[in-house]
Structure formats: structure tokens, C-alpha cells
Design a protein around this ligand. Structure first.
Ligand SMILES: [Zn+2]
Length: 268
């Protein structure tokens, strides 16, 4: 590469180093291009993640490069793939591998899967790509909500109001009680939950809100009583799993179902 010291050069270096690591770990077994590029994009995400924890200024610059490059991978490169589907005689170009590899890297990074297994897999690597999960995500067209930006540690109030906005949008689709409240009561309740840190918005792999929960915590013990769980697009399991991680599995959690016969049920 022609190193000029720019941020995109740094990203390029992370990409190529990840290729080198994959070549070493696969020990001579030839990895198909889509999987190979997934490894390289994972290298870029690892660099961004490291910067987010150690140098937030660098992280935001790297994120800008990542988003700029998305324009090409999901723009022109996707168009190449689409054109090839319409014309079986069209010539193969290497760039056709990038859109799927980019999506696979994001899904695998967010899922915190076993990345070393992919890097070592060589010619078997395609089996480790989350292709069915990508297809599910692409097919989840009922969730029209836009992805939330990454949290901004300098401006926690903006993140809190974004969370509040996401909860309101989820409630518009979910109804079941909240949509009948007066706006000022609804706002006061959620604001109170945010201030007490007893509200949580679950996001999918591409950071779209899929559901939210609020709870009450008993003083002095680990008992958490869920007061609301809203997942309007059918992601109840995803919400529950994310909530479990958020609250810690040692909490004793009960769910309140105001409209069911049994008023209180153990959630997990
Ligand atoms: Zn590459």
C-alpha cells in the first residue's frame, strides 16, 4: 500500500493485516473470497472497537471512513451483484464479494461470535458465515425504524432522549395500554425510568430498536419487577436475551402482565 498517514490508510492497514492473520491461521488452506473479505472487515471493526475504548477522537474519524466506504460497498458493488443476477453471462469481478462480506462482518462482530474459528477455517469458512441471519435481517422489513447512532459519551442527555424517542416509536406500534395515556403522563413515566436507569432499549445487529423494557427494583435485594416489555416486531426473545445481559442473570426477575389473569409471572 502507499502509506500517506491518513485515517483511511490506517483502516486499509487494519484490513490487510487481518488478511495476513487469516492466511497464517488458515495455515495454507485457501479461503473463498467472501469469507476472506469478512475476516478483513472484522479487522477494521476490531480497530474501531479498540479506538472507541482508548482514543475516542480517532474512533470517530475511523467511523467516518467506515461509513464513507459503506457508500461504495453497498452502492456500486451491490449494483454489480444485482446486474450479475439479471445477466448470467456477466463477468465476475472481485468487488462482488464485498457487500455480503461487509454485512457478515457486522453481524458476526455484534454477535460476539467465535471469530478465531472463522479465521482458522480456510476452505471451510463459508459454513461459518451468518448467511441465514443476514437473510433474516434483510427480510425483517416490518421494522422500519432507523438504526440508532453509536452512543456519545460526551453527551449522555442526547442518548437518553434518543432512547425516549425510540421507546415512543416502539409504543406506537405496540399499543397495549401506553398509547391510551395522556402524553404528559407518558413522558413523565418514561423520563422517571430513564433518570432511575430502570429502562432499556434493545437493538438488533444493525442498531435498530427492536423493543424496550421498564422495571422496578426492590430496595435491598436483587428482585426486579418488569413493568413493561414492548417488542412490536416479534423480537420478544431478542429483547429478553438483551435484557438478561443488561440486568445480569443473578437478578430475580418477575414480569407484570396487567391484562392477563395471573397478575405476576416469573420471566426467567
Ligand atoms: Zn480485502
Amino acid at each position: 500500500m502507499s502509506w500517506q498517514g491518513s485515517i483511511s490508510d490506517l483502516m486499509c492497514l487494519a484490513h490487510e493485516v487481518a488478511h495476513a492473520v487469516q492466511l497464517q491461521l488458515s495455515a495454507g488452506s485457501f479461503m473463498p473470497p467472501v469469507a476472506r473479505e469478512t475476516c478483513a472487515f472484522l479487522g477494521e471493526l476490531a480497530l474501531i472497537d479498540w479506538a472507541r475504548r482508548t482514543q475516542t477522537d480517532l474512533a470517530s474519524k475511523l467511523l467516518r471512513v467506515w461509513r464513507e466506504e459503506n457508500q461504495r460497498y453497498f452502492g456500486d458493488d451491490c449494483a454489480l451483484l444485482r446486474a450479475a443476477q439479471a445477466d448470467p453471462e456477466s463477468a465476475y469481478t472481485y468487488r462482488m464479494n464485498y457487500p455480503l462480506a461487509r454485512a457478515a462482518a457486522v453481524v458476526m462482530w455484534r454477535a460476539r461470535g467465535d471469530l478465531q474459528r472463522l479465521f482458522k477455517a480456510g476452505s471451510e469458512a463459508i459454513a461459518h458465515l451468518p448467511l441465514s441471519r443476514i437473510a433474516d435481517l434483510a427480510g425483517q422489513s416490518q421494522n422500519y425504524l432507523p438504526p440508532l447512532p453509536l452512543p456519545d459519551t460526551d453527551q449522555p442527555a442526547i442518548d437518553a432522549y434518543r432512547a425516549l424517542g425510540a421507546m415512543a416509536l416502539l409504543d406506537i406500534d405496540f399499543s397495549k395500554g401506553e398509547s391510551e395515556l395522556r402524553i404528559e403522563d407518558y413522558y413523565a413515566t418514561l423520563l422517571n425510568h430513564l433518570q432511575n436507569r430502570t429502562a432499556f432499549v434493545a437493538l438488533d445487529e444493525v442498531r435498530r430498536p427492536v423493543g424496550y423494557a421498564t422495571w422496578r427494583k426492590a430496595a435491598g435485594d436483587n428482585t426486579v419487577t418488569l413493568t413493561r416489555q414492548a417488542a412490536p416486531f416479534g423480537d420478544h426473545l431478542l429483547l429478553q436475551k438483551a435484557l438478561e445481559r443488561h440486568l445480569g442473570q443473578e437478578s430475580d426477575v418477575h414480569a407484570q402482565h396487567p391484562r392477563s389473569a395471573r397478575q405476576e409471572q416469573v420471566a426467567w
